[in-house]
Design a protein around this ligand. Structure first.
Ligand code: ADP
Length: 396
């Protein structure tokens, strides 16, 4: 049973083919600049070198048609025919309150995704293009929608409501939704599995720290709270997003800049590490600059470290205790120094860190001391696998 996993952005498309017997990735790739000059595909059949080709792709349907042909190619393909493909799983950024779990795509589901597109105007329409393209190129093949927001739908209203007049929640759906749900779901479940514990018995804080970052409080296997909100800009400072901010700053900036779009661009694309340092949105550059003595980089780094510490401690308080802290995604999986700084001076919370064990990248590992009350772990995320598993489940 093989599953095609698709993650469509407005001008890009990432894909994997996963063999569910053994859950092995057979091929993966990336199409960039769809609908623009210089569009190209980078395709990797696992075991062979990647091939990059410049191909003009006018739209997602053309790109998906090309990807599918690659998948049955004699040299670079991994399928004898499309009959081997059980279906396609699609990453959908926003499911609003409508979608609390992954679903088989029907016309009604498409309508539902369209309806919540007002909440993710850049992402959902692009995600839908992927679904439509597969429907067109492989008619009859089942498609499954897997939402970034679903895992967080178990949050109680005390976690998801903003304290603005209630009618804005009722009429305009303004509330916290949370994102990176497939990642938080995967790493929290995997952490319990590694520890040989029932998720029901654990209070876990999952720290997904990448270009976009979010933290979640997972109690008894369910999301109790998370740092991202109505959009992906809330919570921690990120590569280019501002994170938590006094709402008056927005109003002030709106008056200064004269347009909502200009402010939105600023807080989404020009803020965070990049905005504070003027150097880069990439953590590696910031760490390097800080090491060389750049004051702004040192401060930006400290703001992010403080932010993660605050979420761990506040979620521990919210859950009535803490059993496990999980680090994942680019910074979480690779930032040895970063993890050490986050976990420093956290003994008061029961975290006894093991600096030697922490010298690891991208591997499942316990990085707290054996006698630490709280287990700190590294669990590489695997959102594609979650999408493939859900797809298989829904198709069955
Ligand atoms: P995305 O959110 O785009 O999926 P990733 O999860 O790939 O992003 O994370 C990208 C981030 O991970 C970047 O800020 C990058 O600098 C950081 N990162 C990658 N390798 C390292 C490393 N060795 N040390 C610190 N940060 C790293």
């Amino acid at each position: 049973m093989k599953i095609l996993v698709l993650n469509c952005g407005s001008s890009s498309l990432k894909y994997q083919v996963i063999d569910m017997d053994g859950e092995k990735v057979l091929a993966k790739g990336l199409v960039e600049r769809i609908g623009m000059d210089g569009s190209k595909i980078k395709h990797t059949k696992i075991g062979l070198d990647a091939v990059t080709r410049e191909v003009p792709f006018a739209n997602h349907t053309e790109a998906i048609r090309y990807v599918l042909n690659m998948l049955i190619d004699k040299e670079f393909g991994v399928l004898a025919s499309f009959d081997e493909l059980a279906g396609a799983g699609h990453r959908i950024v926003h499911g609003g309150e409508k979608f609390t779990k992954s679903v088989l795509v029907t016309e009604e589901v498409i309508k539902g995704i369209e309806e919540v597109s007002t909440l993710a105007p850049l992402h959902n329409p692009a995600n839908l293009q992927g679904i439509r393209a597969v429907m067109e190129v492989l008619p009859g093949k089942p498609n499954v929608a897997v939402f970034d927001t679903s895992f967080h739908q178990t949050m109680p209203s005390a976690s998801y409501l903003y304290a603005i007049p209630y009618e804005y929640y009722e009429k305009n759906s303004v509330r916290r939704y949370g994102f990176h749900g497939t990642s938080h779901r995967y790493v929290s479940a995997r952490a319990a599995e590694i520890l040989g514990k029932d998720p029901k018995d654990l209070r876990i804080v999952t720290c997904h720290l990448g270009n976009g970052s979010s933290v979640a409080a997972v109690k008894g296997g369910k999301c109790l709270d998370t740092s991202m909100g109505l959009s992906t800009a809330e919570g921690l400072i990120m590569g280019t997003r501002c994170g938590n901010i006094d709402p008056s700053v927005m109003v002030f900036l709106m008056e200064q800049l004269g347009s909502a779009k200009a402010v939105s661009d600023m807080v989404q694309k020009k803020s965070g590490l990049l905005g504070l340092t003027g150097i880069s949105s990439d953590m590696r550059d910031i760490e390097e600059a800080a090491e060389k003595g750049d004051e702004k980089s040192k401060v930006a780094l400290q703001i992010l470290i403080n932010g993660v510490k605050k979420y761990i401690a506040s979620y521990a308080a919210e859950m009535g205790g803490l059993d496990v802290v999980v680090f994942t995604a680019g910074i979480g999986e690779n930032g040895i120094d970063f993890r050490e700084k986050v976990c420093a001076d956290m003994e008061f919370l029961g975290i006894k860190f093991d600096e030697e064990a922490n010298k690891v990248r991208g591997k499942e590992k316990i990085i707290s001391a054996p006698d630490s009350k709280v287990t700190v772990m590294l669990v590489p995320t695997n959102e594609e696998l979650v999408i493939a598993r859900d797809t298989l489940e829904c198709i069955k």
